[in-house]
Design a protein around this ligand. Sequence first.
Ligand code: TXA
Ligand code: MG
Length: 309
Amino acid sequence: MSTIEQAAKALIAGKLVAFPTETVYGLGADASNESAVARIFEVKNRPKDHPLIVHIANVADVDFWAGTFPDYAKKLADKFWPGPMTLILPRSENAKDFITGSQDSVGLRIPKHPVAQELLQAFSNLGGKGVAAPSANRFGQLSPTDAAAVKVELGESLGQEDIILDGGLSDVGIESTIIDCTGDNPAVLRAGFISPQQIEQVTGLAVVEPTSGVRVSGALKKHYSPRTPLQLGGKAQAGEGLIALASYSTPAGVVRLAAPSNTEEFAHLLYQSLRKADELGLQKVVVIPPHGDHLAEAILDRLTKAAAK
Ligand code: TXA
Ligand code: MG
């Protein structure tokens, strides 16, 4: 039996499977199995009322989880799935309270990473409808972007029959763009690789501000934190860590953790580099955030939360 088949069977049997996506690694359970989903919350130590994203194999599976699929959301799905985008849609009766945090909506995503695709397809072939998966970290910590980071975060809490799939370093490196499609116009709940400009172009609609009341844990003031104290901007002192674009030179004695050449590479390397600071036991890590494009804003959003006290 291939590793993927084994993992799909484990999900059907109610076990947890951590798997790579092109954004970050997810901790997956059968989204129709309440006790399996309950273990996600235990393992992550996550508040019970936070909704989970359901990962599906095909666009056809949207109708199982969503009560309605507005035209503009279909356009987004056609254009950006599989990919780093989550759509929030009105839920169907199959999306239970233990998935949605008792909200009337459900989050859906088709990831592009080949291992995620194979897993979701194998799971679907066995009759599975969707895999609920938050990022595979303890609540409030940095999302993992490789299998080793998943082990550091959750290794001790996972059981013998749970599985961690290794798919290398995640391409995008920060979490998916979350788009609320429950209103007449799309609203961005969490910035990411897919930009508001792209959303407006594809839907022909204006992107509006989110209405209050939707619960996004990434919207908490402090989130995505490394253990090492993080300073946004300023000058790194000898012995401290530094993450900045390659054009920024390293002061004497500073530990250069990453020197990405553009914002895409910055996002790709960010979480892994912050984890390196933890591993090295540095006193502090200074990050000089990039500027100028939409992805830079998404990076700044994560960094501001990571630096919050
Ligand atoms: O890139 C990603 O989105 C990764 C990979 C694994 O897919 N997943 C991820 O999941 O970041 P998580 O649970 O760490 O963050 C998902 C966010 C949470 O803040 C959650 O509150 C929000 O999505 N969310 C999920 N369902 C929602 C809903 N129905 N309404 C509003 N927010 C929702
Ligand atoms: Mg998360």
